[in-house]
Design a protein around this ligand. Sequence first.
Ligand code: NAP
Ligand code: F7E
Length: 358
Amino acid sequence: MGFVMLKTKRALITGVTGQDGSLLSSFLLEKGHEVHGLRLYSDVNNTDRIVKILDRDRFHLHYADLTDGGNICRLLSEIQPDEIYNLAAQSHVKVSFEVPEHTADVNGLGVLRILEAIRTLNMTDKVRFYQASSSEMFGSSAPPQNEDTPFHPCSPYGAAKLYAYWITRTYRESYGLHASNGILFNHESPVRGEEFVTRKITRAVAAIEAGMQDILQIGNLDSRRDWGHARDYVEGMWLMLQQDKPDDYVLAAGEAHSVRDFVTAAFTCMGVMLTWQGHGLKEKGIDQRTGRILVAVDPQFFRPNEVNVLRGDARKAHEKLGWKPRVSFAALVQEMLDADRAVLRGMETDDGFLLAAE
Ligand code: NAP
Ligand code: F7E
């Protein structure tokens, strides 16, 4: 009886130093892949999230910027990947109002540069491509949002991601490229960037508990998001590229919670019950037991335009990919808070999240 030798799959991940890039790298290494991560050059250390896998023998890092098409083309030609996961982006929605042209260049044209490299290198038939599309493309369209919901982005970030979504579809439909869009709703983890609202909240609540911070200053408390755990979502990315046919899929938990709900849940995890008093900019979160003001609204965290409610309908991914999120909202808040508490105590958990979060 002969043995069938299975070829090791080679994945290329852009944005490897980000939340999703680091989690997807670990996931694919566990699956036996060889992983090539593209990393932005920086004179400050940006490899904290991947420090635990830096010395794995199937993990390789390369410098690349999505604004530099020539370099992307060279790297694709040298690496010859089987799967490309394009996760690199200027990913902060509020910042996109301040740097709209840069956001369009990286998040929009950057995708075109990868697709053109695939086409001109004649790799269209051998490579599979994943594009990190976003629920921000739905913008002001009413929830629940699914693959058939009209797009109506409300930020330069959402508009750039919409271009990227369509150019990915265009290369699929024009050249037969196995290219899929994952339209992902907000997903978080202990290695979420500190500038996003969930991590900002859990870090602040942990610091308040430790006596290192007095108050959490926050923006729009009414905004509602569909928050899931990033670990579940990176598995969904991989599943999309394992299908015979490329397609577009929403990944979402299916529940919307307000920013106020997230703050309340985080304080509840540390045994503090909040009462909310006042409205708009005057709203305050007050410790029921002591009467101390723990949360205040600061207009500097508002955006020129807001996406009020995002709540996804991921039935297509459930049915076609067999994908379902495993981590509940309450468990997500608890895990993120516990991680930030442990960071402050100088501890580290088994999965290395805490070292990375410091
Ligand atoms: P993230 O933590 O902000 O990671 C973004 C990555 O892109 C970082 O590694 C960053 O490098 C890199 N990058 C930024 N500009 C670049 C450029 N010009 N060239 C090459 N790399 C560049 O984002 P994430 O949360 O992991 O999200 C991953 C992707 O999914 C992004 O495309 C995001 O827009 C999209 N997305 C995220 C969510 C979510 O809820 N997390 C939902 C939907 C879609 P540095 O670390 O050096 O800055
Ligand atoms: O804001 C409100 C804010 O910055 C969530 C990115 O991964 O998900 C992310 O984009 C909500 C917004 O994420 C603060 O106004 C209130 O309504 O955590 P965020 P985001 O804008 O939803 C999508 C799907 C992506 O694709 C993006 O890449 O929270 N909010 N107060 C605040 N937001 C922040 N950042 N800071 C505050 O103080």
